[in-house]
Ligand binder design. Structure first.
Ligand SMILES: *[C@@H]1O[C@H](CO)[C@@H](O)[C@H](O)[C@H]1NC(C)=O
Ligand SMILES: *[C@@H]1O[C@H](CO)[C@@H](O)[C@H](O)[C@H]1NC(C)=O
Ligand SMILES: *[C@@H]1O[C@H](CO)[C@@H](O)[C@H](O)[C@H]1NC(C)=O
Length: 215
Protein backbone atom coordinates (compact mmCIF):
# COMPACT_ATOMS: atom_id res chain seq x y z
CA UNK A 1 0.00 0.00 0.00
CA UNK A 2 2.80 2.40 0.92
CA UNK A 3 4.60 1.54 -2.27
CA UNK A 4 1.56 2.24 -4.39
CA UNK A 5 1.04 5.48 -2.54
CA UNK A 6 4.55 6.68 -3.34
CA UNK A 7 4.29 5.65 -6.94
CA UNK A 8 1.17 7.65 -7.35
CA UNK A 9 2.63 10.63 -5.63
CA UNK A 10 5.75 11.24 -7.69
CA UNK A 11 5.11 13.60 -10.51
CA UNK A 12 8.69 14.98 -10.55
CA UNK A 13 8.26 17.06 -13.75
CA UNK A 14 5.28 18.98 -12.53
CA UNK A 15 6.91 19.62 -9.18
CA UNK A 16 10.13 20.71 -10.82
CA UNK A 17 9.25 24.20 -12.02
CA UNK A 18 7.25 25.13 -8.95
CA UNK A 19 10.23 24.92 -6.69
CA UNK A 20 11.31 28.57 -6.65
CA UNK A 21 10.71 31.17 -3.93
CA UNK A 22 7.75 29.35 -2.31
CA UNK A 23 9.53 26.04 -2.16
CA UNK A 24 9.26 25.50 1.58
CA UNK A 25 5.55 26.35 1.65
CA UNK A 26 4.92 23.91 -1.17
CA UNK A 27 6.78 21.19 0.68
CA UNK A 28 4.63 21.63 3.75
CA UNK A 29 1.50 21.56 1.61
CA UNK A 30 2.78 18.49 -0.18
CA UNK A 31 3.48 16.75 3.10
CA UNK A 32 -0.01 17.62 4.29
CA UNK A 33 -1.58 16.35 1.07
CA UNK A 34 0.49 13.17 1.27
CA UNK A 35 -0.55 12.62 4.83
CA UNK A 36 -4.22 13.10 3.95
CA UNK A 37 -3.96 10.76 1.05
CA UNK A 38 -2.29 8.12 3.18
CA UNK A 39 -5.05 8.55 5.77
CA UNK A 40 -7.71 8.10 3.10
CA UNK A 41 -6.06 4.92 1.90
CA UNK A 42 -5.78 3.55 5.42
CA UNK A 43 -9.41 4.28 6.21
CA UNK A 44 -10.46 2.83 2.88
CA UNK A 45 -8.55 -0.39 3.44
CA UNK A 46 -9.78 -0.80 7.01
CA UNK A 47 -13.36 -0.23 5.85
CA UNK A 48 -12.84 -2.80 3.12
CA UNK A 49 -11.47 -5.37 5.57
CA UNK A 50 -14.37 -4.77 7.98
CA UNK A 51 -16.81 -5.13 5.09
CA UNK A 52 -15.19 -8.41 4.10
CA UNK A 53 -15.28 -9.77 7.65
CA UNK A 54 -18.92 -8.78 8.14
CA UNK A 55 -19.79 -10.34 4.83
CA UNK A 56 -17.98 -13.56 5.68
CA UNK A 57 -19.66 -13.73 9.09
CA UNK A 58 -23.08 -13.09 7.57
CA UNK A 59 -22.40 -15.79 5.04
CA UNK A 60 -21.29 -18.34 7.64
CA UNK A 61 -23.82 -17.52 10.35
CA UNK A 62 -26.90 -16.82 8.25
CA UNK A 63 -26.70 -18.06 4.68
CA UNK A 64 -24.77 -21.27 5.29
CA UNK A 65 -26.84 -22.34 8.25
CA UNK A 66 -28.78 -25.29 6.89
CA UNK A 67 -31.92 -25.96 8.85
CA UNK A 68 -34.34 -28.85 8.46
CA UNK A 69 -37.56 -27.56 6.92
CA UNK A 70 -40.67 -27.95 9.05
CA UNK A 71 -43.06 -30.61 7.80
CA UNK A 72 -46.54 -30.57 9.28
CA UNK A 73 -50.30 -30.85 8.88
CA UNK A 74 -52.21 -27.67 9.65
CA UNK A 75 -55.64 -27.34 11.21
CA UNK A 76 -58.56 -28.32 9.02
CA UNK A 77 -62.19 -29.47 9.09
CA UNK A 78 -63.33 -32.97 8.27
CA UNK A 79 -65.63 -33.05 5.25
CA UNK A 80 -67.40 -36.33 5.81
CA UNK A 81 -67.43 -38.32 9.03
CA UNK A 82 -69.29 -41.51 9.84
CA UNK A 83 -68.92 -43.12 13.22
CA UNK A 84 -70.14 -46.56 14.25
CA UNK A 85 -72.38 -47.57 17.13
CA UNK A 86 -71.33 -48.02 20.74
CA UNK A 87 -71.44 -51.77 20.26
CA UNK A 88 -69.17 -51.63 17.22
CA UNK A 89 -67.17 -48.39 17.24
CA UNK A 90 -65.67 -47.35 13.93
CA UNK A 91 -64.98 -44.33 11.75
CA UNK A 92 -64.85 -43.40 8.11
CA UNK A 93 -63.78 -39.92 7.16
CA UNK A 94 -62.49 -37.83 4.33
CA UNK A 95 -60.84 -34.46 4.33
CA UNK A 96 -58.33 -32.29 2.55
CA UNK A 97 -55.15 -32.37 4.59
CA UNK A 98 -53.30 -29.03 4.50
CA UNK A 99 -49.72 -30.25 4.43
CA UNK A 100 -47.11 -27.54 4.88
CA UNK A 101 -43.37 -27.57 4.30
CA UNK A 102 -41.79 -24.47 5.78
CA UNK A 103 -38.33 -23.81 4.41
CA UNK A 104 -36.46 -21.11 6.33
CA UNK A 105 -33.21 -21.60 4.41
CA UNK A 106 -31.68 -19.15 1.93
CA UNK A 107 -32.06 -21.70 -0.81
CA UNK A 108 -34.65 -24.13 -2.19
CA UNK A 109 -35.34 -27.50 -0.57
CA UNK A 110 -35.85 -30.19 -3.20
CA UNK A 111 -37.46 -33.28 -1.78
CA UNK A 112 -38.32 -36.76 -2.99
CA UNK A 113 -41.80 -38.20 -3.15
CA UNK A 114 -43.00 -39.43 0.20
CA UNK A 115 -46.03 -40.46 2.20
CA UNK A 116 -47.68 -39.20 5.34
CA UNK A 117 -49.12 -42.03 7.42
CA UNK A 118 -52.18 -41.51 9.54
CA UNK A 119 -52.41 -43.89 12.45
CA UNK A 120 -54.86 -44.62 15.21
CA UNK A 121 -53.40 -46.28 18.29
CA UNK A 122 -50.28 -47.07 16.31
CA UNK A 123 -52.16 -48.77 13.47
CA UNK A 124 -52.25 -47.20 10.03
CA UNK A 125 -55.71 -46.00 9.00
CA UNK A 126 -54.81 -44.04 5.89
CA UNK A 127 -52.15 -42.34 3.88
CA UNK A 128 -51.44 -39.16 1.95
CA UNK A 129 -49.07 -39.13 -1.00
CA UNK A 130 -46.59 -36.26 -1.25
CA UNK A 131 -45.31 -35.88 -4.80
CA UNK A 132 -41.68 -34.99 -5.44
CA UNK A 133 -41.28 -31.23 -5.58
CA UNK A 134 -39.48 -28.32 -3.93
CA UNK A 135 -40.09 -25.63 -1.36
CA UNK A 136 -38.62 -22.31 -2.43
CA UNK A 137 -36.22 -20.35 -0.23
CA UNK A 138 -37.76 -18.60 2.77
CA UNK A 139 -41.23 -19.86 1.97
CA UNK A 140 -43.86 -22.41 2.87
CA UNK A 141 -44.89 -24.97 0.31
CA UNK A 142 -48.58 -25.79 0.58
CA UNK A 143 -49.89 -29.14 -0.52
CA UNK A 144 -53.55 -29.97 -0.09
CA UNK A 145 -54.10 -33.70 -0.28
CA UNK A 146 -57.37 -35.63 -0.30
CA UNK A 147 -57.27 -38.22 2.45
CA UNK A 148 -59.69 -41.00 3.33
CA UNK A 149 -59.33 -42.75 6.66
CA UNK A 150 -61.03 -45.90 7.84
CA UNK A 151 -60.90 -47.87 11.09
CA UNK A 152 -61.55 -51.14 9.23
CA UNK A 153 -58.14 -52.62 10.02
CA UNK A 154 -58.03 -51.82 13.72
CA UNK A 155 -57.54 -54.81 16.03
CA UNK A 156 -60.19 -55.30 18.72
CA UNK A 157 -58.17 -53.93 21.66
CA UNK A 158 -57.60 -50.65 19.85
CA UNK A 159 -61.21 -50.65 18.75
CA UNK A 160 -62.33 -50.65 22.38
CA UNK A 161 -60.14 -47.57 22.98
CA UNK A 162 -61.90 -46.01 20.04
CA UNK A 163 -65.24 -46.75 21.73
CA UNK A 164 -64.10 -44.87 24.83
CA UNK A 165 -62.88 -41.93 22.79
CA UNK A 166 -66.02 -41.74 20.70
CA UNK A 167 -68.15 -41.57 23.85
CA UNK A 168 -66.22 -38.43 24.85
CA UNK A 169 -66.68 -37.03 21.36
CA UNK A 170 -63.15 -37.13 19.99
CA UNK A 171 -60.88 -39.16 17.76
CA UNK A 172 -57.13 -38.80 18.27
CA UNK A 173 -54.95 -39.60 15.30
CA UNK A 174 -51.27 -39.31 14.61
CA UNK A 175 -49.73 -38.26 11.32
CA UNK A 176 -46.15 -39.21 10.68
CA UNK A 177 -43.92 -38.70 7.74
CA UNK A 178 -40.43 -38.14 6.57
CA UNK A 179 -39.27 -35.88 3.79
CA UNK A 180 -35.80 -36.44 2.39
CA UNK A 181 -34.25 -33.75 0.28
CA UNK A 182 -31.46 -31.39 -0.50
CA UNK A 183 -31.03 -27.69 0.22
CA UNK A 184 -29.00 -25.65 -2.25
CA UNK A 185 -27.67 -22.27 -1.19
CA UNK A 186 -26.13 -19.79 -3.66
CA UNK A 187 -26.68 -22.33 -6.47
CA UNK A 188 -23.70 -24.46 -5.34
CA UNK A 189 -23.61 -25.26 -1.63
CA UNK A 190 -25.72 -28.34 -1.09
CA UNK A 191 -26.70 -30.23 1.99
CA UNK A 192 -28.99 -33.21 2.49
CA UNK A 193 -31.68 -32.70 5.07
CA UNK A 194 -34.54 -34.81 6.39
CA UNK A 195 -37.71 -33.33 7.81
CA UNK A 196 -39.76 -35.34 10.24
CA UNK A 197 -43.47 -34.95 10.76
CA UNK A 198 -45.03 -36.08 14.00
CA UNK A 199 -48.42 -34.50 14.59
CA UNK A 200 -51.23 -35.34 16.93
CA UNK A 201 -54.59 -34.68 15.33
CA UNK A 202 -57.66 -34.34 17.52
CA UNK A 203 -61.02 -34.50 15.77
CA UNK A 204 -64.14 -33.23 17.51
CA UNK A 205 -66.83 -35.62 16.27
CA UNK A 206 -69.64 -33.13 16.97
CA UNK A 207 -68.21 -30.08 15.16
CA UNK A 208 -65.86 -31.97 12.77
CA UNK A 209 -63.21 -29.40 13.64
CA UNK A 210 -59.67 -30.66 13.75
CA UNK A 211 -56.80 -29.48 15.86
CA UNK A 212 -53.34 -30.45 14.83
CA UNK A 213 -50.39 -30.27 17.18
CA UNK A 214 -47.01 -30.94 15.62
CA UNK A 215 -43.62 -31.47 17.14
C1 LIG B 1 -60.00 -33.70 -3.81
O1 LIG B 1 -61.39 -33.97 -3.78
C2 LIG B 1 -62.19 -32.96 -4.38
C3 LIG B 1 -63.61 -33.38 -4.20
O2 LIG B 1 -63.88 -33.69 -2.87
C4 LIG B 1 -61.82 -32.81 -5.81
O3 LIG B 1 -62.57 -31.75 -6.40
C5 LIG B 1 -60.34 -32.50 -5.95
O4 LIG B 1 -59.97 -32.45 -7.28
C6 LIG B 1 -59.52 -33.53 -5.24
N1 LIG B 1 -58.13 -33.16 -5.25
C7 LIG B 1 -57.17 -33.99 -5.56
C8 LIG B 1 -55.79 -33.45 -5.51
O5 LIG B 1 -57.41 -35.17 -5.86
C1 LIG C 1 -45.55 -45.06 6.21
O1 LIG C 1 -46.03 -46.33 5.81
C2 LIG C 1 -45.26 -46.96 4.82
C3 LIG C 1 -45.93 -48.27 4.52
O2 LIG C 1 -47.26 -48.06 4.17
C4 LIG C 1 -43.84 -47.20 5.34
O3 LIG C 1 -43.07 -47.75 4.32
C5 LIG C 1 -43.25 -45.87 5.75
O4 LIG C 1 -41.98 -46.08 6.33
C6 LIG C 1 -44.15 -45.17 6.76
N1 LIG C 1 -43.59 -43.87 7.04
C7 LIG C 1 -43.40 -43.46 8.28
C8 LIG C 1 -42.81 -42.09 8.42
O5 LIG C 1 -43.66 -44.10 9.27
C1 LIG D 1 -44.11 -38.53 18.11
O1 LIG D 1 -44.61 -37.81 19.22
C2 LIG D 1 -45.08 -38.64 20.27
C3 LIG D 1 -45.64 -37.76 21.35
O2 LIG D 1 -46.56 -36.86 20.83
C4 LIG D 1 -43.95 -39.49 20.79
O3 LIG D 1 -44.41 -40.35 21.80
C5 LIG D 1 -43.34 -40.30 19.64
O4 LIG D 1 -42.21 -41.01 20.11
C6 LIG D 1 -42.93 -39.40 18.51
N1 LIG D 1 -42.50 -40.21 17.40
C7 LIG D 1 -41.45 -39.91 16.65
C8 LIG D 1 -41.16 -40.84 15.52
O5 LIG D 1 -40.77 -38.92 16.85
Amino acid sequence: MAEKNQNQYHPPESNGYQRDDQESLHTVEDEEAKRKKRMKWTIGIIAFIIFQVVQALFFILVIMKFKSPKFRVGDFAVQTLTIGTQASPSFEMSFVAPIRIKNTNWGPFKYDASTVNFTYGGVQVGQAIIPKSKANFKSTKKIDVNVTLSSDNLPSNINSNLGTELRSGIITLTSQGELKGKITVMFMFKKKKTSQMNCTIVINTATKAVQSLCK
